[in-house]
Write a protein that binds this ligand. Structure first.
Ligand SMILES: Cc1cc2nc3c(=O)[nH]c(=O)nc-3n(C[C@H](O)[C@H](O)[C@H](O)COP(=O)(O)OP(=O)(O)OC[C@H]3O[C@@H](n4cnc5c(N)ncnc54)[C@H](O)[C@@H]3O)c2cc1C
Length: 484
């Protein structure tokens, strides 16, 4: 155990007493109510709850919470500021390392990072670091005068950021603070990447993303939407004709992946990307007010295939659109599910039916081109595979048919090739992802950096942000020294 700091603490509780304070519950909408609406599930801490929770921090001398955070948020320091009642100070402390605190406070898999490392969690429930981060970020949004955000001394250097997901936004935020002129180019009509087109309103309201983007605008970041780099303009044109000194590519892994089983072409079978993009970005859930229909789900049986955050977002959206039965079909067991622990808990509370160790092998037609059922096989877990997880193995003769009107495929995504195929000399691996040095995020092309899902494959918001940070650091070095 790391010995906690004993001095300079405003926390009135002894270390022993801090361990006795229970973790403060996040107020949330009741499951039966929220299963019928798209408003946020978690309602956020009050100032009182936040102070109570912050009192549980042991103020470790070597804080594992910070060391396990991919962007290195100074957790102990911001929590001490909450204890002191200085919420704006706490927000400023987080912002030293994290330009999107209202977002990470909501969707980061804290159990794998800060809260997973928290010493309190070794004995009782870990400190609610994500909930506290969310609280100060929301407080800042309500109370900070954006005109007071300081601008840095201009360096005269121009940087283009391709893609406005968390990696691009983080790189942009860090670079503008160094005084560089930063412009973000985004293919879609809204800024935010997966944060806007993938994650639904009930987990991450669009307004929160817009506010974080407004903050970045106030810092001096420029944004341009509806620009497909590789089509509208190429990386070479940005560097050679448009006067950019360096480029960061954060284009994500947004191309859908299918299962390759019979019947996947049937009406009613969607990729999770399409299903969620239509709902989130095109407001399909507000049809006919918005002219973007998806299949009417009222009273229908719907299943998602997969066990990650995307799968749960898809099926919980289907439930909110009126599905009578909403299944998760996952080929491994719940222990291997990659989704955030809180999302699994919330989905269960809402009545999602988890069918683990189950995989579709065929989609069956009603004879008129529409999905009627999924033929599934039961699985058991065998030896670990290359991912280290136990391989699912089909049980012979265990096939059964599950009646379904809609199936959503959420088994992962692939790299979109547009930038790679139009940038000569840009190194990629055999799956088409951009190769970049894991420390500097430098690619094979001088002046071109890359990070986030387009380098690693689908990962998480905070890992993409970590890559954006590393890229910003080494890009700044490059602009200062010209050394590649
Ligand atoms: C539905 C869903 C739910 C998720 N939930 C969570 C969660 O709860 N917690 C978590 O940590 N992670 C979650 N993830 C994963 C996480 O969102 C991603 O790992 C993260 O967004 C990757 O960030 P990125 O910056 O690399 O790319 P993205 O967020 O994918 O952003 C890339 C952006 O680049 C744009 N772009 C692509 N090509 C071009 C081009 N040629 N020109 C211009 N712009 C371009 C895209 O339109 C997009 O806006 C989820 C993912 C999905 C799909």
């Amino acid at each position: 155990m790391t010995p906690p700091v004993k001095t300079a603490s405003l926390n009135p509780l002894s270390l022993k007493d801090r361990m006795k304070v229970p973790r403060q519950q996040m107020p949330e909408q009741l499951p039966q109510v929220r299963a019928t609406n798209f408003t946020e599930v978690n309602l956020g801490y009050s100032a009182e709850l936040a102070r109570q929770e912050a009192l549980r921090c042991l103020e470790c001398a070597k804080p594992a919470c910070t060391n396990t955070c991919p962007v290195g948020v100074k957790v102990r320091e911001f929590i001490q500021l909450i204890v002191a009642g200085d919420f704006l100070g706490a927000a400023a402390k987080i912002r030293e390392d994290n330009v999107l605190p209202a977002i990470t406070g909501r969707v980061c898999p804290q159990e794998d990072h800060c809260e997973g490392g928290c010493l309190v969690g070794k004995k009782v429930q870990s400190l609610g670091i994500g909930y506290l981060e969310r609280f100060v970020a929301d407080y800042e949004q309500q109370h900070l005068d954006f005109r007071t955000i300081p601008k840095s001394q201009p360096t005269g250097k121009k940087v283009a950021i391709v893609g406005s997901g968390p990696s691009g936004l983080t790189a942009a935020g860090d670079l503008v603070q160094k005084g560089h002129q930063v412009r973000v180019f985004e293919a879609l009509h809204e800024i935010g990447g997966v944060l806007v087109y993938g994650i639904p309103e009930f987990r991450l309201p669009k307004q929160i993303i817009r506010e974080q983007v407004d903050y970045m605008r106030a810092m001096g970041v420029e944004f341009e939407t509806d620009v497909v780099v590789g089509r509208t303009v190429t990386i070479d044109e940005l560097l050679e004709e448009e006067g950019y000194d360096a480029v960061f590519i954060g284009t994500g892994a947004g191309a859908p992946q299918f299962m390759g089983i019979p019947g996947e072409h049937l009406n009613g079978v969607y990729s999770a990307n399409e299903f969620l993009t239509r709902i989130n970005l095109m407001h399909a859930y507000e049809f006919p007010r918005y002219d973007e229909p998806i299949v009417d789900l009222a009273g229908k049986h719907v299943a998602v295939i997969g066990g990650g955050n995307t799968a749960l977002d898809g099926i919980r959206s289907a439930l909110r659109l009126g599905a009578a039965k909403a299944y998760v079909l996952y080929r491994r067991s719940e222990a291997e599910m990659p989704a955030r622990a809180e999302e699994i808990k919330h989905a269960r509370q809402e009545g999602i039916d988890f069918r683990v160790l189950t995989a579709p092998v065929e989609f069956l037609s009603d004879g008129g081109g529409w999905l009627k059922a999924a033929r599934c096989v039961r699985m058991e877990l065998g030896e670990p595979d290359s991912s280290g997880r136990r391989r699912p193995v089909p049980i012979p003769g265990s096939e059964f048919d599950l009646p379904l009107s809609v199936a959503i495929i959420a088994i992962g995504t692939r790299a979109n090739p547009v930038v790679q195929s139009t940038t000569p000399g840009l190194g990629t691996n055999k799956q088409g992802y951009i190769t970049a040095d894991p420390t500097t995020q430098r690619t094979s092309r001088k002046g071109v950096f890359a990070g986030g899902d387009i380098v690693t494959g689908s990962a998480t918001v905070i890992l993409a942000m970590g890559a954006g940070r590393r890229a910003a650091k080494s890009l700044h070095e490059y602009l200062k020294t010209g050394v590649w």
